[in-house]
Design a protein around this ligand. Structure first.
Ligand code: 13P
Length: 250
């Protein structure tokens, strides 16, 4: 059985004060949702604070990005071994905001995925189509292309501990969630693609849904057979709402 993962992508939000409060709230409610794994993804500068606040709890943490390089003259970048220093369990790679706003290609994303694995941090690979692509009927082709870049570089074995997040770009921060049927369709497609290469790995890989997920729609989404959790943006900034999403997955 795949244990559900509910992950909070805080994006570029929060302050030391607000993060202390948010983590306190999550820590207090975590025991009620112990059936589900929880993880949070702060901006880099708060990683030390998060590590300090969550050490000794069952809640995991990680970052929203990493460099494809391990060290060197890359001003402004943060490398995998540095994340290891802060005991990150996961790292998000290929979020659509990185792909569209910062020009990350499928190949760059694949190299970041590899950089995370190299230091023993499980990558959460984000994939998903834009509204235009959905309307053109190329959703599956887009997701397949994004997956293929990683499979070509790292092979199917890399997905044993990795996580995939299907995040339709048109659903991110828009309040417009994919229906559970739409999401399940793409999740099943992703799993089938993995299964064609290795059914055992496909059975283990967790595939999260992301895009305007909140407590009110989480139950239906998380009840789908191929939806193994959520990658939550806005709704992860409030402990009560984040925990209510996790509760829906218990
Ligand atoms: P929202 O939940 O704010 O739509 O963001 C989703 C997301 O991008 C998570 O990575």
């Amino acid at each position: 059985m795949r244990r559900k993962l509910v992950a909070g992508n805080w994006k570029m939000n929060g302050s030391a004060d607000s993060i202390r409060g948010l983590l306190q709230g999550i820590r207090e409610g975590a025991a009620d949702v112990a059936a589900v794994e929880l993880a949070v993804f702060p901006p880099f500068v708060y990683l030390g604070l998060v590590e300090q606040q969550l050490s000794g709890t069952a809640i995991g943490w990680g970052t929203q990005n990493l460099s494809e390089h391990a060290s060197g003259a890359y001003t402004g970048e943060v490398a995998g071994p540095m994340l290891q220093d802060f005991r990150c369990k996961y790292v998000i790679v290929g979020h659509s905001e990185r792909r569209t706003l910062y020009g990350e290609s499928d190949q760059i994303v694949a190299r970041k995925f590899a950089a995370a694995r190299k230091v023993g941090i499980d990558p959460i690979l984000c994939v998903g189509e834009t509204l235009e692509e959905r309307e053109q009927g190329v959703t599956e082709a887009v997701v397949e292309r994004q997956l293929k870049a990683v499979l070509d570089l790292e092979g199917i074995g890399a997905f044993v501990d990795a996580v995939i997040a299907y995040e339709p770009v048109w659903a991110i921060g828009t309040g417009r969630t994919a229906t559970s049927v739409q999401a399940q369709e793409v999740h099943a497609f992703i799993r089938a693609k993995l299964a064609a290469l290795d059914p055992a790995v496909a059975g283990k890989t967790r595939i999260l849904y992301g895009g305007s997920m909140k407590a009110a729609n989480a139950g239906e989404l998380l009840a789908q057979p191929d939806i193994d959790g959520g990658l939550i943006g806005g709704a992860s900034l409030e402990a009560k709402e984040f925990l209510a999403i996790a509760k829906a997955g218990c």
